[in-house]
Structures are given as C-alpha cells and as structure tokens.
Write a protein that binds this ligand. Sequence first.
Ligand code: TTP
Ligand code: MG
Length: 357
Amino acid sequence: MTERKIILHLDMDSFYASVEIRDNPALSGLPVVVGADPMKGSGRGVVSTCSYEARVYGIHSGMPISQAYHLCPDAIFIRPDMESYARVSSTIMQILTDMAGEIEQVSIDEAFLDLTADQSYEQAAQHASEIKRAIRDQVGLTCSIGIAPSRIYAKMASEQQKPDGLTIIQPSEILSFLSPLPVRSIPGIGKKSAQVLVNAGIRTIGDISRCDIQALQEIFGSHAVRLLQISRGLDCEGLRETGKRKSVSREHTFLKDSVSPEEILGFMHEMVLLLCRELEERDIYSRTIGIRIRYTGFISRTRSVTLIKPTREVRIIEQAIDGLFAEMWDQTPVRLIGVRLSGLVHSDPVQRSLSDF
Ligand code: TTP
Ligand code: MG
C-alpha cells in the first residue's frame, strides 16, 4: 500500500485587518473593516476583509462598503496598505519554507505544506504548533491550520476552528469529518452548484457520497468523478507545482535521534547525490545551498550559503554542506535533516563565464 501523504494548510486569520491591528494595538478588540472609503454610507467599492469583531455584525469580504457602514457605522474603516501586507506575507512564507521545506503558496495569506516526512499525525500536530508559535513570535499574528491526508481535506480542516485553530483529520476520521458537512464546504462548490444539489435533495457531503455517478455527471459533467472521490474520502492530492519550482529538496527523518556527525553528513551527502542527479535531468544549476536540522521538539534551524557561480557538482555542494553543518553542530540530538538547493538557473555557468571573455 502506498503511504498516504500528510498535508498541512495554513490560512492567516482576518489577514489585512490583523496586520492593521498589530500595527495599531489601540484597535485591538474593535470592529475593524479594511476596504474602500465608506464615505458615511455613500461610498462605492467593497470590503477587503474585517476583524472577527466586525463579522459579528454580518460584515464580510466582498460586501459593498456602504452596506458594511450601515451594519456598523462605528466600525474603524481603514484603506488597504498592500505593500505592508505583501511584506508580512513574504516573511510568513519564508518562515514556512524554513520550517517545512517546499511550500505551495496559493494566495497572499495561504499555503500548503507537505509534512509526510513527519511520519505520524502526532508529530505533524507538534510541527504545526511550532509553526503557529513561530508566526506568533516573529510576526505577531495568528493563523489557522488544518492537517489531513490530502490538499483539499487540509483546506477544509483549516476552516473548522478559525481563528487560531488547529484541526487534525487523520485518515481514519475522514469519513466522519466529511459526511455531516454541507456541500458548500467543498472548495470549488459555489452558491449556484450548491443550490442545484440542495434542490435535488443533496445537502451534505455524505449525501454526495451516496449518489450514483450518472446523477452527479448531469450536474457537474467531467468534475463528477473527482467530486465523488472527494466525498468518499479517497482524495489523495498533494502539493501542486507552482509554475517554476524555486528549489529542489530532500529530507530524512532518523528512526532514533542521531548524535553522530558522520551519520548525519553521510545522509546529507546521499541527498546531495540525488539532488544533483535531479538538477542534471532538468538541466539546471543551483546557486544557494541550504541545510535544515530539526531537533527533538521541532526546533528547526536552517542555514544557507550562496555561491559565486551556480553549480550542480556534487563535490562543491558537499563542501558547502560540510561547512554549514560544522557551523551548526553542537552535539544536540538531531531528529530530521534536509538539504535544499535553490537559486535555480538554466544557463550553463561555465559557458557563460567563457563567453564573458
Ligand atoms: P481570506 O483568507 O479569505 O480572509 P481573511 O484572512 O481576511 O479572513 P479568514 O480569517 O476568514 O481567513 O483572504 C485573505 C486576504 O485577502 C484578506 O485579509 C483580504 C484579501 N481579500 C480581499 O481583498 N477580497 C476578498 O474578497 C477576499 C475573500 C480576501
Ligand atoms: Mg485568511
């Protein structure tokens, strides 16, 4: 049997509003609406997002700002500062990359991570708590996380306990998690499709799972097969490749925490060999060599070095890794190690440097 993946979905809580409140703590606890100027109720444009205190009044993303004003004229209305949100977002994505290797960022405040290397849901849950803590300590914001055996289930899980939630759905719990949820909980099922389903007496995901494929095909055409699979807990999609991959990486979890630098470097060199082969197959070179070491208790440390010339030579990369490891090694038992090659370029560095002359 193939091993099922462990996928994490992270979504920041009321993102733009939370950044505003973080930067102006006097707003904390108040209904804060980020969006267009309400102009005392005559403003055009919409709500980008709002704090959970404002949501109590029925205000939500996409609502006309004038309507939001009528629902709560005393709310604090703020124009969006996209530059600030983009800066915060890239800090968060960097933390995630440092703590979990490859990530798939899907929006300014959302990303998927593959935690299969954690090997168990208990470990993945601890890892997630560590990620939440790092974002809280380093960025001053809360997020909600879902962990499940596929991308779509992880996303549905992260929705369950917002804000500041952590929801774990193990494979054995998938069906009982899905079955009572309304059909709209499936990402991609909008208002219209949901109405068609409800009109046909199909209200919950459990109802979908009992449908026959022909009936679903009439409503969803070619999407029916996937929908049926999702509803039956059989989906297993992992991270998607986001356009050009920015790095190649490998990880290794020790069965027993390692205290042997020889053993650790041995595994790292093995990973280098595999990664260099991958670079060769894709005809690319890497400029930045990074290693990640996770200790017991999920404290992770990363270190990287950027070379003058991109390379895919095993010996050069091994040397860089030996140097990085020597700087980090302090006898603390190691649970997981990772090697990441980034700064990927297509050109042949030798060719280019020759033609420079
Ligand atoms: P979301 O993650 O959908 O919302 P959120 O982070 O504000 O709140 P939640 O706690 O429910 O996750 O979107 C992220 C940001 O994207 C949000 O802060 C503002 C922006 N956004 C818009 O500008 N317009 C929109 O219609 C939506 C949905 C989001
Ligand atoms: Mg969000």
